[in-house]
Design a binder for this molecule. Structure first.
Ligand code: HEC
Length: 190
């Protein structure tokens, strides 16, 4: 019995001694995986729907499917997942202070020549006794995105009418390929 107790306390010591950086590396890898998996899935659905019913028909996919996918992935993984933007379409997609700072930094780094698809940030945040791991990854604008987020002059009247009806306060047009449209952001209390 004594041996077992000794063994257990040694094991507990090893676990407690896992360096913080190793834990952070693991959280970063986990968050990065999730953030990388979701957007291509959404893109595939969007592409199919645009072909079938045009950008105004596909708008519902972005509106309903994106939050549904984020919710399903949140439930599966335990991470809180959402999308945000400095010029958001959905009023709920307003970034908080940490996300806003990261998005502004991404825009600056993109302007300085970094590839938008590589821009990400992960950080362990301690507030009082609560530790939270946060991760954010840029979502660059591709050609396909322009049919709903491009220059307003190139958007059809039908689309603009539907957009105005669903999102009267929309700020998410006027993007060019390679611009940072927004980000996918993940958070988890430890
Ligand atoms: C068919 C039209 C359509 C296409 C194509 C489209 N989007 Fe969107 N996008 C929307 C709509 C509608 C919303 C608002 C969704 C909601 O209500 O949550 C949105 C919201 C977003 C958001 C969340 C932040 C915000 O502004 O509300 C991001 C980020 C985003 N889109 C990025 C992209 C990217 C990147 C692409 C191309 C890969 C893309 N979108 C293609 C219609 C589209």
């Amino acid at each position: 019995m004594k041996k077992i107790v000794t063994l257990l306390s040694v094991l507990a010591g090893v676990v407690a001694a896992t360096p913080a950086w190793a834990q952070e590396d693991k959280l970063l890898a986990q968050a990065r995986n999730i953030a990388t998996e979701i957007p291509p899935k959404l893109l595939a659905v969007l592409q199919e729907e645009i072909t079938k019913s045009g950008p105004e028909g596909a708008m519902a996919v972005c509106r309903d499917k994106a939050p549904q996918m984020a919710k399903a992935a949140s439930e599966k993984t335990g991470w809180n997942i959402r999308r945000v933007s400095l010029k958001n379409r959905n009023p709920n997609a307003t970034p908080d202070a940490w996300e806003k700072a990261a998005l502004e930094d991404f825009d600056q780094r993109k302007a300085a020549g970094e590839a938008p698809a590589t821009l990400e940030k992960g950080e362990l945040i301690t507030e009082g006794t609560v530790q939270t791991y946060r991760y954010i990854k840029a979502l660059p604008t591709q050609t396909l995105c322009l049919s709903c987020h491009g220059n307003p002059d190139n958007l059809s009247q039908n689309f603009k009418a539907k957009l105005h009806e669903l999102y009267p306060h929309d700020k998410a047009t006027g993007y060019a390929p390679g611009d940072i449209r927004g980000a996918i952001t993940l958070k988890r209390a430890l």
